[in-house]
Design a protein around this ligand. Sequence first.
Ligand code: GFB
Length: 309
Amino acid sequence: MDKNDKIYIAGHRGLVGSAIVRKLEAEGFTNIIKRTRKELDLVNQAAVTEFFATEKPDYVFLAAAKVGGINANDIYPGDFIYQNLQIQNNIISNAKEVGVKKLLFLGSSCIYPKLSKQPMKEEYLLTGTLEPTNEPYAIAKIAGIKMCQSYNKQYGTNFISVMPTNLFGFNDNFDLEKSHVLPALLRKIYEAKKNNQSTVTVWGTGKPRREFLFVDDLADAVYFLMQNYDEDEIVNIGTGEDIMISELAELIKKVIGFEGEIVYDASKPDGTPRKLLDVSKLNGLGWKADTSLEDGIRKTFEWFQANLP
Ligand code: GFB
């Protein structure tokens, strides 16, 4: 990518898209195209077709998606499958129509089977049954991967797909019902400390294990792959390390300085027992994550405090 190439970042206000914008701006890119949802509804095929025909971007980062934590996936499955399929179909097909040089599609580690062997290698895709709470979202993401690969095969495009682990950082969603676990616990524990509560409730048993990647590291990896990877096969992006949800809660307690007790609500779903990515392919290409979980949580907590509504 040249510094003045036209680069469209779909989803530039979200957790991932905003981190990619920060990265590209820091690298000196000057021609970044952004559209808010009000300006361009990505679910609307005609609007997306017109946008691509007018703007004709050179490169596309497809970071726009309907996302949420385990509860949001569970209660809005129709929105998750419909909106994600629409957004990605509209963008990928129109990128091909106007001759985009390269597109990077962001998937998710939930595309792998619920009870997959750990750590999860790229080739485990479609080898088993998915986790039911996020199956509609995962099916949409799998369709996106297959769409990129099929277009490469039939039309000779260069559309790559990457599978990030659970992400966190600036511009995340801190809504207590719909967010992912890390921002939810940051907010719950922060509020518990502020209100002198003696306990904080964590959903599930606390036993599931998750891998967390600071989103600025993700943006760095995505930038690296946009320049150095041109293959059909998907690439995992993660740290290669995971922790128990109960350990995450203790770590966030330590960062925030909350001295109360963590209690578990086992009536809430645990989801997949473990979701650790095998990142040997990405490491072999020459990229490694470098923000520790504790540092990432500290930075995110500072951002959260500075940006409280
Ligand atoms: O982050 P999370 O919602 O996503 O939940 P998943 C991870 C684990 O944390 C689950 C537990 O075992 C939750 O039960 N947890 C504990 C909590 N307390 C809380 C809380 O207050 N809020 C939330 N949200 N969880 C999502 C998928 O799965 O991960 C998406 O549903 C996507 O499709 C995303 O793949 C990365 O890792 O379980």
